[in-house]
Write a protein that binds this ligand. Structure first.
Ligand SMILES: Nc1nc2c(ncn2[C@@H]2O[C@H](COP(=O)(O)OP(=O)(O)OP(=O)(O)O)[C@@H](O)[C@H]2O)c(=O)[nH]1
Ligand SMILES: [Mg+2]
Length: 311
């Protein structure tokens, strides 16, 4: 394992791929890899991109990655697949759309199945991000589908948070406004070539402006709203500039430190929840049955039973 870690740290692609596979399997080996890698991480720019299914995230990320590579950066893309029975197509779709990137050795695309029951981003995605970071990738993009609270929570684990929406998504945009507005640094409306794009952009701008009135500015960063066409690449350069501007902003004063606090708080919380769930699941059946009986007889509250089971 030590040799593999050293090979990966020196940038050897096959060694990186093996570590990524190991990191995805929950258990001792995954922990060992992560513990060896983590001290070498902390240099990359982590970008979280989220939005409703089919909004155009992967199409945009492909174009964005090409721009970033032209700017001299080495890019990793982590696409999270919700691994529902219907999502096989979406994952395959991502692979096809990102196909143009496969030939480019400055871009590494990795799909990760979201297996955890909460439906959120799996911790494995962040382990993967740490591996890419330690192994010399400058910029790591994590794509997740969704608009709910899980995404809001987990997106706090990125340096720069970007929402992607598109005309005609209606309620999805509403849902996104409620939570992600609070955490997103950049709001992208893609598919600006479609009817209704101007109105959808206006809606997002209004929602962002309302939020700014009610919340004190995040270290002075005013969220950017922009529209582009992910298929043709029109105005993708504007997004690249906004990302760079946000990163420059983070590097001023204590902003990066504040953001990193927020990032690790979100991650530690998720790790803690995962450990507790694991403890619960590994409790012996008999132990669980005993507690259940006592709850049924009103000798224990469910909360007392939970505390006794988790220990
Ligand atoms: N007209 C138009 N179509 C677009 C644009 N961007 C993406 N699309 C199309 O929208 C569809 C969905 O694009 P994806 O990039 O797969 O969207 P996604 O958000 O990654 O989808 P999931 O990962 O499945 O949630 C595809 O058919 C794209 O070709 C755009 O700017 N204009
Ligand atoms: Mg996608």
């Amino acid at each position: 394992m030590k040799d593999q870690v050293l090979a990966a740290l020196s940038g050897e692609i096959s060694a990186i791929a093996r570590l990524l596979t190991l990191a995805e399997t929950a258990g001792e080996a995954a922990n060992e890899v992560h513990e060896a890698i983590f001290p070498h991480s902390g240099k990359a720019h982590l970008i979280g991109i989220t939005g409703p299914a089919g909004a155009g995230k992967s199409t945009l990320i492909s174009k964005l990655a090409v721009e970033l590579v032209h700017g001299g950066q080495k890019i990793a893309i982590i696409a999270c697949d919700p691994s529902s029975p219907n999502s096989g197509g979406a994952l395959l779709g991502d692979r096809i759309r990102m196909h143009e990137l496969v030939a480019n050795d400055q871009v590494f695309v990795r799909s990760i199945a979201t297996r955890d029951s909460s439906g959120g981003l799996p911790l494995a995605a962040f382990r993967a991000a740490d591996i890419f970071d330690a192994c010399g990738f400058d910029c790591i993009i994590i794509e997740t589908v969704g608009t709910g609270q899980n995404q809001v929570d987990i997106m706090q684990a990125a340096h720069t948070v970007i929402t992607v929406s598109a005309p005609g998504l209606g309620d999805d945009i509403q849902a996104m406004k409620s939570g992600l507005l609070e955490v997103a640094d950049i709001h992208v409306l893609t598919k600006r070539d479609l009817a209704g794009a101007a109105k959808a952009l206006q809606d997002i701008e209004n929602a962002v402006r309302m939020r700014q009135k009610s919340v004190t500015a995040d270290g002075g960063w005013a969220p950017v709203v922009l529209s582009l066409n992910g298929l043709s690449g029109e105005r993708v350069a504007d997004l690249q500039q906004a990302i760079q501007a946000h990163y420059n902003h983070l590097r001023k004063a204590n902003n990066l430190q504040h953001r990193c606090h927020r990032m690790f708080r979100a991650r530690i919380y998720r790790e803690a929840v995962s450990i507790l769930a694991q403890n619960f699941r590994s409790a012996p059946d008999q132990h669980l049955a005993d507690k259940m009986d006592r709850v049924m007889q009103r000798q224990l509250t469910p909360a007392q039973a939970a505390r006794e089971i988790i220990g």
